[in-house]
Design a binder for this molecule. Structure first.
Ligand code: PLP
Length: 427
């Protein structure tokens, strides 16, 4: 595989951007590589600047559920461009997108369009605090909710102590109100409520965790979160930035049959453009300015180009009735081949992660047990065989509607030979 041009561009990029990238995982440092530079992408395939072709299971980290460059989405965006790139004013598309979201996720009685998942979560948490007039929030170790200050916490020094920021540049005081619990561990949540119940504004959770690798919720876990928040007058926020329109049209809340008070969406909802959403019960969202005192605004919010991509994507998802069933079957095939090859795989719908540990991965502690060196080997092996996957153990593989049966079969065949490769590398 020749990647000379990518290497040359990387040498240029590192002069301008930290690590040569605009988002850290892209730097491929976890797997001891330098990034590939992409020339273009179409359907299930992505092409680098050296002309190499890959079957893509990153799918831009989730948005491309229809595959790359879906013709209808591209057409819709081109048409929108002709009308102007931004107005900073109301337009009809905003209503159409809001309608599409709401009829598939009825819990989002009112919503706001924003520009990134980070912004959506930050605003949802602020709204929960404004509505409840409480300051503390509970998040789970290993769940990612964007890079806003108060949420950059994964593990405190013990469950009942306040958490320490993961990032420098975040004052300790900014995370004093962030309590962390253990995913899939009801007792850890219960203890926090017993100690701080009257001060807890909300629980925020990835209803199926996908940022410590894929870790589905245990049976009853989400219902437990629903019940305990009700009991203490706190709100439940589902961060569905990945799971929204991924696990089903109605997101994780439909898939698992548990409804949240507030929901955040991103990735798929923007159809490949920078767009995200937060919303929920009317009485809660009425706290947001100009109706209420929770301030949130955005120059480019509801951008007509991004909105057009979102509308075209959601319409396609609604129209293709068999889409989620097909995605599930494809992902199931991949998972089966991984199991056959002796790999430890977690799967929920079209989200998959292979972990290199003997134990079942159910939370952050067990995810961290995975052997990242072995993962790096797996990653390199796939790449050398024309399969592009996330360069980190703690991410998901995404299956798209554009992945053909031939793509899936080829991928399964490659995976089935991993053991041999592994032995030859004298790991
Ligand atoms: C990607 C992601 C975010 C952050 O979204 P950005 O658009 O990258 O800011 C938040 N929450 C979850 C669950 C995510 O997967």
């Amino acid at each position: 595989m020749n990647t000379e041009k990518s290497k040359r561009l990387y040498d240029e990029a590192i002069k301008f951007m930290p690590g040569g990238v605009n988002s850290p995982v892209r730097a491929c440092r976890n797997v001891g590589k330098t990034p590939l530079f992409i020339d273009h992408a179409a359907g299930s395939k992505i092409y680098d600047v050296d002309g190499n072709e890959y079957i893509d299971y990153v799918c831009s980290w989730g948005p491309n559920i229809l595959g790359h460059s879906d013709p209808e989405v591209i057409e819709s965006v081109k048409k929108a461009c002709d009308g102007g790139l931004t107005f900073g004013a109301c337009h009809e598309g905003e209503i159409e997108l809001a309608n599409l979201i709401q009829r598939n996720m009825p819990s989002m009685e009112m919503l706001r369009l924003v520009n990134s998942g980070t912004e959506a979560v930050m605003s949802a948490v602020r709204t929960a605090r404004g509505f409840t007039r409480r300051d503390k929030i509970i998040k789970f170790e290993g769940c990612y909710h964007g890079h806003s200050d108060g949420l950059l916490v994964k593990a405190g020094s013990g469950l009942l102590t306040n958490s320490i920021p993961d990032s420098s540049g975040v004052p300790k005081s900014y995370t004093d109100n962030t309590l962390t619990a253990v995913y899939n561990d009801e007792l850890s949540v219960k203890k926090l409520f017993e100690e701080y119940g009257a001060d807890i504004a909300c629980i925020i959770v990835e209803p199926c965790a996908a940022n410590m690798g894929v870790v589905p919720p245990k049976e009853g876990f989400l219902q437990f979160l629903r019940d305990i928040t009700n009991e203490y007058g706190a709100l439940l926020i589902f961060d569905e930035v990945i799971t929204g329109f991924r696990l089903s049209l109605g997101g994780a809340q439909e898939y698992y049959g548990v409804t949240s008070d507030l929901t955040t969406l991103g990735k798929i909802v923007g159809g490949g453009m920078p767009l995200a959403v937060y919303g929920g019960k009317r009485e809660i969202m009425e706290c947001v300015a100009p109706l209420g005192s929770v301030y949130q605004a955005g120059t480019l919010s509801g951008n007509p180009i991004a909105v057009s991509a979102g509308i075209a994507t959601l319409k396609a998802l609604e129209r293709n009735k068999d889409l989620y069933e097909k995605l599930d079957k494809k992902a199931e095939k991949l998972a089966a081949s991984m199991k056959m090859a002796g790999l430890n795989v977690n799967r929920e719908g079209s989200l998959l992660t292979v972990f290199f540990t003997d134990r079942k991965v159910v939370d952050y502690e067990t995810a961290k047990k995975s052997d990242c060196k072995k993962f790096a080997l797996f990653y390199s092996y796939l790449l050398e065989n024309g399969i592009y996957s996330a360069p980190s153990q703690f991410e998901a593989m995404f299956v798209s509607y554009a992945h053909s049966d031939a793509d899936i079969e080829y991928t399964c065949e490659v995976i089935s030979k991993f053991e041999l490769y592994n032995i030859n590398k004298h790991y």
